[in-house]
Structure formats: C-alpha cells, structure tokens
Design a protein around this ligand. Structure first.
Ligand code: SAM
Length: 260
C-alpha cells in the first residue's frame, strides 16, 4: 500500500482519542515474540511507530530495555506517561527512516499497526542493519472479523459510502499488507525462520468508543468535516439495531523473522 503522507500525519493531532479508542494486543502474541526471539532480560527492543505506547508498555512490563520510536511527538507524550514507572524504557521522536541506531545493536524490532507507514524501499534493509545477528523482526496488525459479526459487516457498508471500502477496521488491506510482507521476508536472503501466526480475541466496546475508533483512522481524519459528521450520524442510526456492549471479534496477524 502506498503511504499517504496526509493520513500518516493525522495521528499527531489525535493522540488522546487514539489512546482511548484503540485496542491492545493479546498476551499470547507478546509471549510468542519473546519466546521466538530467545531474548535475555538485559536485551534491547525497538518499538517502531509506538504511538501511545500500546506495545511498548506490554514489553516494559516484562522488564526489557525498550525504545519507543514515533514520528508524532504528541503520541510519544502519551506513551511516556503510560510507561513512566519503567526506568528501562525510553522514547525518541522521529521517523524510522531517519532515526540513528548502532549497527547490530537490537535483539528485537517490534511494530504494531505501523510497519506499512514506513518507506517500503528502506525499512527491511534498515531493520537488518540494526538487528544483531539472529535478532527478531516482529510485525503485527489487527482487524475485525466481519464474516463473524453482522454489526462489523453493517459498519463496513456504512464506511464504503465514504470511500472506506477495504479500509479499517475490518479492511482487507491489513490482511493484504501482512500477507505481502510475509512473502517478501520468506523470499529474502537477509531473514530466515519466517513465520506467520494468527490470534483471535473478542473485545467489548461501548458505542461511544466504537465511534472514536472509526474516527481515529487516518483515512477518516482526512475526510472533510461534513463527511465525517455524516459518517458518525450514519453510525448512530445503525446503533439503534444493536445492544451495548458491542462484541467485536478481532483477528491479529503476527509476522516473525530472524536476521540471517
Ligand atoms: C496506527 S499507529 C500504531 C501505534 C501503536 N503501535 C499501536 O499498536 O497502536 C501508527 C503509528 O506509526 C507512526 N508512524 C507513521 N510513520 C512513521 C515513521 N515513518 N516512523 C516512525 N513512526 C511512524 C504514527 O505516528 C503512528 O503513531
């Protein structure tokens, strides 16, 4: 997917909305990254596109040295607050493309819902350079399993009207991104032991939080104010047919690879 710079910049403006709307990641997914990597407790992790610290926080709780990197300063401000109890965690504001890290210095690079925002011409090459030999690249995404939820299907029909066909939260683009990356890494000499793992988890949403979630998507942020208001009105109409809490079935896809 080509990076839409206008959409990418929207995260900076909505850090608190993002933080209250977006979901976290399954414990099993984080455990699997740790086990697959064989990282020791003094190991170093870089969390690329850390946003408001969803992944950074889960790794910090396990006691590792983690650096959260994000281009959005306001996202980092929220992440810093969230991780303030963990002295081994630090943050950098900047792009992955331009940030400086020593060669072969990292045990794991994680990126949740963010790798597709990084320049595809440079990202795997840079990850290869800064990972230690045998270091782990762990890239993951989530999307809603619309085939298992009438509500998510109905939301998809609403979003289609606003140019959101195949976009979040039930968008097939996420699936496409992870499948393409898996194939690319499989075919690369620079990485080995490439695996793809999947996890299912259901989340409860209030109607308010679900609207926030939709509004937190980059492509919704760049709609005109009028269109965004209409979209929210359409969701409110749809809500009349559903009870709270909304039960949303999620799929997580994790792509793992080791530096050769
Ligand atoms: C969808 S959010 C994911 C945040 C968090 N990792 C999560 O799982 O919720 C994508 C994040 O990537 C950041 N981002 C986009 N392009 C980036 C780049 N080139 N370098 C670093 N961060 C970037 C955005 O600012 C945003 O915070």
């Amino acid at each position: 997917m080509a990076v839409n710079r206008e959409e990418r910049r929207t995260f900076e403006k909505i850090s608190s909305l993002y933080d209250r709307a977006r979901i976290s990641y399954p414990t099993q997914l984080i455990d699997d990254i740790v086990t697959y990597s064989g990282i020791r407790l003094n190991g170093r992790i870089l969390d690329v596109g850390c946003g408001t610290g969803q992944v950074t926080h889960l790794l910090a709780q396990r006691g590792y040295h983690v650096t959260g990197l994000d281009v959005g300063k306001e996202m980092i401000d929220v992440a810093k607050e969230k991780c303030s109890a963990f002295p081994k965690v630090s943050f950098k504001v900047g792009t992955f493309e331009d940030a400086t890290f020593s060669d072969a210095s990292l045990d794991i690079i994680t990126s949740g819902m963010a790798w597709h925002w990084i320049n595809p011409e440079r990202r795997e090459e840079k990850a290869y350079r800064i990972l230690r030999s045998g270091g782990t690249l762990a890239l993951f995404w989530s999307y809603q399993r619309k085939e298992e939820s009438d509500f998510v299907k109905a939301v998809g029909n609403v979003l289609d009207k606003y140019g959101g066909a195949n976009r979040g939260p039930a968008g097939s683009k996420v699936r496409q991104i992870s499948d393409t990356l898996y194939k690319k890494l499989k075919g690369s000499q620079s990485f080995n032991s490439v695996e793809m793992r999947e996890y299912n988890e259901d989340f409860e949403f209030s109607k308010k939080r679900y609207v926030d979630l939709i509004v937190s998507y980059g492509w919704v942020q760049v709609l005109s104010e009028e269109k965004r208001r209409n979209l929210v009105d359409d969701l409110q109409k749809l809500y009349k047919r559903y009870e709270e809490p909304l039960i949303i079935p999620y799929k997580y896809v994790l792509v793992l690879a080791k530096k050769s």
